[in-house]
Design a binder for this molecule. Structure first.
Ligand code: HEM
Length: 426
């Protein structure tokens, strides 16, 4: 009931404005913030880089040094179960063992030896070699999608390209049937709101249902792989062994769900955000079209400049100090990655998109022990997707501003993007 009320409140623009004094300069639920979050980040970074938000009961860090420090420091933990908000949620979800296991065994929230063990096991399966081996398959998937786009001329980039690509790649990598991709797309939507519960709708009923359906779908496939191993990530995760230990079913289900969710929306939005930036920056677009070799630095620049995971958070596990302020044990620091990525103390000319940028030590894939497991895969997919799009349709056109941005405090991406790639050749 409380969750539903909060979910309702964050959708009432008039009420949010009325409560403006309570939110102060950081209100990620406002339409104006979704349209231009960097205006807010700039102000915070310059005027109050470790802002104390009353509404979120948290500090909001926007400078590169501070975000980097918090993500690396042993004084902070990713285990949100240490916060009262998560403890209240856990009390509720304990009644639903499958959902509870997903939250409790989530790699993103584990710390110390448990995190190292799971990360080590999944790392044995999710190897750079396995990612590189996907290259030819990603290339052919991209060409197939672009062939379809060419036939249509006017396309919706997310529906026709940016969404089907990562979901197909993840399924292919895990070894799950591509024909069921619509099911995975349906399950990932509610699961993705786990990182963003206030922006979800309808309480947590739809999340529970998605977890239960996904687990019921995966269990017989896991059993199959145990009996008959294949050359896929699922089999590799089942076989991964460290100090005589293997992943149990609970951990395996939580990992597959996380990989599915983390590896799909994020990459969809990175491709879409990059296309928007190409439309907004014609000279950089020309530079990349004329020099395709720039694609690797270009994609990292898109992650810095128009990244999709805009923030994460950490909990202090002891009293500590940051930027001269005292942070007590149990207090939360929201690390605004997107603000840190445009900090002039770290990046030269940070508000400029520079597709050849060197020494680009952005934080778009996180830092430290929770550094993104799929960074290499996301880079590879986006590099192949953008290179092929520019090669096949160098004159594609579209709006510099999408109709709307996703409602999310964590992920940034457009809800749709209509572009024209030119009609089929007569
Ligand atoms: C553009 C695409 C992506 C972006 C921007 C992104 C960003 C991030 C960030 C910032 C984190 C760290 C979160 C934190 O410290 O709290 C993270 C963690 C993670 N990402 Fe990604 N990610 C992307 C794609 C992927 C893909 C394709 C996969 C898998 C196929 C993936 C799997 C994961 C996993 C499993 C973690 C948790 C790692 C841990 O806690 O040890 N991500 N990602």
């Amino acid at each position: 009931m409380v969750l539903r009320t909060l979910q309702w409140i964050v959708r009432q623009e008039w009420l949010l404005r009325l409560l403006g004094w309570l939110f102060g300069p950081f209100n990620p639920f406002l339409e104006s913030y979704r349209r231009d979050p960097h205006r807010v980040y700039r102000k915070l970074r310059e005027e109050d880089p470790l802002y104390r938000s009353r509404v979120f009961q948290a500090f909001v860090a926007t400078r590169y040094d501070d975000v980097q420090h918090v993500l690396r420091s042993p004084s902070f933990s990713a285990d949100r179960m240490l916060t009262p908000a998560f403890q209240a949620m856990a009390k509720r979800t304990r009644r639903y063992p499958q959902l509870h296991a997903l939250i409790e065994r989530n790699l993103l929230m584990l710390e110390g030896p448990e995190h190292r063990r799971l990360r080590g096991l999944v790392g044995k399966a999710f190897t750079p070699r396995r990612v590189q081996e996907l290259r030819p398959r990603i290339e052919s998937l991209v060409e197939e999608l672009l062939d379809e786009m060419e036939k249509r001329g006017d396309v919706e980039l997310i529906r026709d390209f940016a969404h089907p690509l990562p979901i197909n790649v993840i399924l292919e990598m895990l070894g799950l049937p591509a024909k069921d991709r619509h099911l995975f797309a349906e399950w990932s939507k509610p699961l993705a709101t786990l990182v963003d519960p206030l922006e979800a709708e309808g309480g947590d009923g739809s999340i529970r249902q998605a977890v239960e359906e996904l687990n019921a779908y995966l269990r017989p496939i896991i059993e199959d792989r145990r009996r008959e191993p294949k050359d896929d990530l699922l089999t590799a995760m089942l076989q991964a062994e460290e100090d005589g230990e293997r992943l149990d079913e609970k951990d395996l289900l939580a990992l597959v769900s996380l990989i599915m969710v983390a590896g799909h929306e994020t990459t969809t939005s990175l491709i879409s955000n990059s296309v928007i930036e190409l439309l907004r920056n014609p000279s950089e677009r020309k530079r990349l079209t004329e020099d395709p070799e720039l694609i690797e630095s270009a994609v990292d620049e898109f992650v810095r400049y128009a990244g999709t995971v805009v923030l994460t958070d950490r909990v202090a596990i002891e009293d500590t100090e940051l930027r001269g302020k005292r942070i007590k044990k149990g207090q939360v620091v929201i690390c605004v990655i997107a603000a840190a990525n445009r900090d002039p103390e770290q990046f030269e000319d940070p508000e400029r998109l520079d597709l050849g940028r060197e020494n680009n030590h952005h934080l778009g894939f996180g830092l430290g022990s929770h550094f993104c497991l799929g960074a290499q895969l996301a880079r590879l997919e986006t590099q192949i997707a953008l290179s092929a799009l520019l090669r096949r349709f160098p004159d594609f056109t579209g709006p510099a501003e999408p109709e709307a941005w996703k409602r999310s405090t964590v992920l940034r991406g457009p809800t749709r993007l209509d572009i024209s790639v030119g009609g089929p050749a007569d």
